[in-house]
Ligand binder design. Structure first.
Ligand SMILES: Nc1ncnc2c1ncn2[C@@H]1O[C@H](COP(=O)(O)OP(=O)(O)OP(=O)(O)O)[C@@H](O)[C@H]1O
Ligand SMILES: O=P(O)(O)OC[C@H]1O[C@H](OP(=O)(O)OP(=O)(O)O)[C@H](O)[C@@H]1O
Ligand SMILES: [Mg+2]
Length: 279
């Protein structure tokens, strides 16, 4: 059985569980279940704290897991990223009181609060900067106001939490993070199936199908607008000189693409959801 580590709580838990459910795996019946055996799919799920997942996978105790890229890099474990899963996207950044710092080099000798001290230390070392790391569990943005640090290094999504504490980001982003599938570098039986299924869930989540009719003479212009995932499916229509076209497009580009297709002469443009996919 493939042993899979899954976040039991926090920002990653709900979407990770949703993806696995969409991928056809058995979920847990309640939030207290720590181990779920899915005999039909020959996998066993272990619900663990997101921060511990890379440690379990890197040690070889579990085969694969879902965690954050930032948590993986901060773990110092031997686990490796298999692929990004396209959710829990954030950047990891330095921030300080408005106007106080302009660059990471300004951090020489100051106190930096973070929940990701290993990640920050490695980054500072690569820049040749030495600072004092203050390790906190969360709500790191309060550390400057409360006087335990001069700057912070933390997860930034919208930036609202930083702004509310009078902080602003400075310097280059340390990392672009998202939820990731990790392994211990081995290729256990079942990993390919898991990965293919998760890839299918991501395609169904991120893409839609667009169908339209168009005069064959205008087809090239329409294909320039949207060429499809692999290539467009083009079928003849009963009406002389017309074709029906089907392409996959990114869901977040749907309306711009519909507008552009209409502009080049497409008619009867219809968008449908993808329920499931294997690419
Ligand atoms: N606001 C956010 N937007 C996107 N990703 C986030 C956000 N907050 C945390 N994450 C991501 O979630 C992961 C951390 O999950 P974890 O459950 O340890 O912390 P958490 O979500 O802050 O939970 P909690 O604060 O309840 O302990 C990291 O990969 C981090 O990048
Ligand atoms: O840029 P924003 O959209 O404001 O989001 C980023 C904040 O969200 C998370 O905090 P969370 O609520 O999980 O609390 P925590 O700091 O205690 O982890 C993260 O740690 C940041 O603090
Ligand atoms: Mg948090």
């Amino acid at each position: 059985m493939l042993k899979i580590a899954v976040p039991n709580k926090g920002s990653l838990a709900e979407t990770a569980a949703w993806m696995l459910d969409e991928a056809g795996y058995r979920g847990r019946r309640d939030g207290k279940e720590l181990i779920v055996v899915d005999a039909r799919n020959e996998v066993e799920f272990f619900f663990l704290r997101p921060r511990d997942i890379a440690t379990y996978v890197g040690s070889g105790a579990l085969d694969v897991g879902i965690t954050g890229r930032d948590l993986l890099l901060d773990s110092g474990s031997d686990a490796v990223e298999v692929e990004g899963l396209g959710f829990a996207r954030s950047t990891f950044r330095f921030a300080g009181p408005a106007g106080r710092f302009t660059d990471a080099a300004d951090l020489q000798g100051v106190r930096i609060a973070s929940s990701y001290t290993l990640l920050v230390e490695a980054h500072l070392a690569s820049l040749g900067v030495t600072a004092e790391l203050v390790r906190l569990d969360g709500a790191v943005e309060s550390a400057v106001r409360l006087g335990v640090a001069d700057a912070v290094a933390d997860v930034v999504e919208t930036g609202a939490t930083l702004r509310a504490q009078g902080l602003e980001v400075f310097g280059e982003p340390i990392l672009a993070s998202e939820a990731v599938l990790i392994s211990n570098g081995q290729h256990p039986a079942g990993l390919n199936t898991l990965k293919r299924r998760l890839d299918g869930v991501m395609v169904a989540r991120d893409y839609v199908l667009v169908d339209y009719d168009i005069e064959r003479s205008r087809l090239d212009a329409a294909i320039d607008v949207a060429h499809g995932f692999e290539s467009a499916t083009v079928s003849p229509l009963q009406k002389e000189g017309w074709v029906a076209v089907r392409v996959m497009v990114r869901r977040d580009e749907t309306n711009q693409i519909m507008d552009a297709l209409a502009d080049v002469g497409a008619r009867a443009i219809i968008v449908s959801r993808i329920h499931a996919a294997r690419i």
